[in-house]
Design a protein around this ligand. Sequence first.
Ligand code: CA
Length: 226
Amino acid sequence: MTLLLVEDDTSVQELVTAVLEKAGFSVDVAKDAASGHRLALAGKYEVIILDLGLPDMDGLALLGKLRSQGITTHILILTSKDEPEDRIRGLDSGADDYVSKSCVLAELEARVRALIRRKYNVKNPLLKVEDLEINTATRSVSRGGKRIPLTPREYSLLEFLALKTGQVVTRADIWESLYAMDPSTSSNVVDVYIGYLRKKIEGDGLKPLIHTRRGTGFVLGSDPGE
Ligand code: CA
């Protein structure tokens, strides 16, 4: 799951990126409004985290520009301006959430996860597919009550499929969501990781939950039909 961070302050960039990467996200960083604008239009981001004090343009102006251009990606303002009127102005300009730079980073992380649930219309942070349970808060997975250890990348792939349970997820969607902007990967990495994931969650003769739709992609679910 890739996030875009638009922030000119190097120390904030490094801190926020480190925390979010540790939480399993990929983070693209834009150091000014112009590159933030370009990336926001080009990339498929789960959430955009936007600073207001940018060197070339006010963050609120960039927000307004993105909204007027039809960008519907959830945008979270991260700023040191946290008077009530600043928050009101931010939300009324089209932001989805507002976090002060003085908040603990765990809160930023939790708010990003909440925005991702909103994007996929999921209310419960515990995603369930038959006897498979994916806890998006702790990033832990179990099947039939038995814990399944996954690597961070396997977990991200499973969570992405689970957020779209019952729907076909194309290889391109997966590739863009998990590996966007990473030139070292290619789309057959998706098939490799699907293979790893199947071995772990469907091993030992358990009922298959990841179904291949020939020519399109994959469906996570009990019985997607063919
Ligand atoms: Ca700034």
